[in-house]
Design a protein around this ligand. Sequence first.
Ligand SMILES: NC(=O)c1ccc[n+]([C@@H]2O[C@H](COP(=O)([O-])OP(=O)(O)OC[C@H]3O[C@@H](n4cnc5c(N)ncnc54)[C@H](OP(=O)(O)O)[C@@H]3O)[C@@H](O)[C@H]2O)c1
Length: 311
Amino acid sequence: MPSLADPVRSRALGRTGLSVSEIGLGCASWWGQKAFDEREAVNLVHAALERGVTFLDTGAAYSGGGAEPRLGRALKGRNLERVVVATKAGTFHDGRRVARDFRPQAIIASVERSLRNLGLERLPLLQLHGPAISELDDEMLATLEELKRRGLVGAVGANSFDPAVIDHIIGLAVFDVVMVDYNVLRPERAALIARAAQQGKGVLAGMALAMGHANRQVMRLRAPRDVWYALRALKNHRGDIAKGARFGFLGRLDGLSASQAALAYVLADPHVSCAVVGTTRMAHLIDNLGASGVTLSPAVMDQIRRAQGVE
Ligand SMILES: NC(=O)c1ccc[n+]([C@@H]2O[C@H](COP(=O)([O-])OP(=O)(O)OC[C@H]3O[C@@H](n4cnc5c(N)ncnc54)[C@H](OP(=O)(O)O)[C@@H]3O)[C@@H](O)[C@H]2O)c1
């Protein structure tokens, strides 16, 4: 049974020279929305940092554009020496919806805006947010190199839930990190993750709880935010409802919550450096941090594989 006294463990992030906590905090979604009280949002970041979280993930387009400046306010005055603040470029919020612009000059402008929003002089990790393969042309690769050379960006990564895009990125030298959608519902990503690691790329697991499908939380509607999350999951990942239903047993394990078990599964892959989880509840944050250092028993791993249909 994990306890709060157990520190969150860290792992190397590929060959970046960075070390990141096994559990990262996603500063996105409801967390960055105006409707979510800023003090609560900031408290979550501070609590995460105090408990050893060193990976914070956000994006220019997240939460209607509100996530990045909110994270900047939360980080003001904090010691960020060991903290990897990661943001994304290529998408932005145009006031009505998420729009995309992967022209090199737009990426540079996005980096400059992110630095101001976050109050940083250098972004430890910049990730392209869902690029198309055709957008990763020579000019883009040279732009990313130049951002590194100018010291505006430390490492460069890309986030995509399209395995073909990740496969392509694995072969591009300028990319140090990939963020993939890896969770109990996506065991098929393991081979891609292994290929990325073999090429020296750091691997981040985004959507580590499958937007609440993995821990069966997504249909528990206790507050307006839960309705928002449920609608998002239905819109983006309707197909995961049936898959998620097979993992009800994760909520009945001795000494582990469903979320801890789902995150421990992600972290059982040694190639994954960090499982990134979004939360707006302190109890959930603390619960999630308890997954660091947990080893699932062979019997539970077998049960997971059976539920995945992988035996
Ligand atoms: N989803 C995407 O399309 C996407 C894309 C790129 C990157 N990412 C990155 O990956 C991060 C994580 O993805 P995500 O937020 O979409 O999905 P997620 O982390 O898989 O799931 C978040 C959902 O799980 C709930 N939750 C978290 N901890 C819980 C716990 N211990 N017990 C019960 N419920 C819990 C949250 O609700 P509460 O607020 O109630 O805890 C929220 O509904 C993002 O924050 C972002 O940084 C996501």
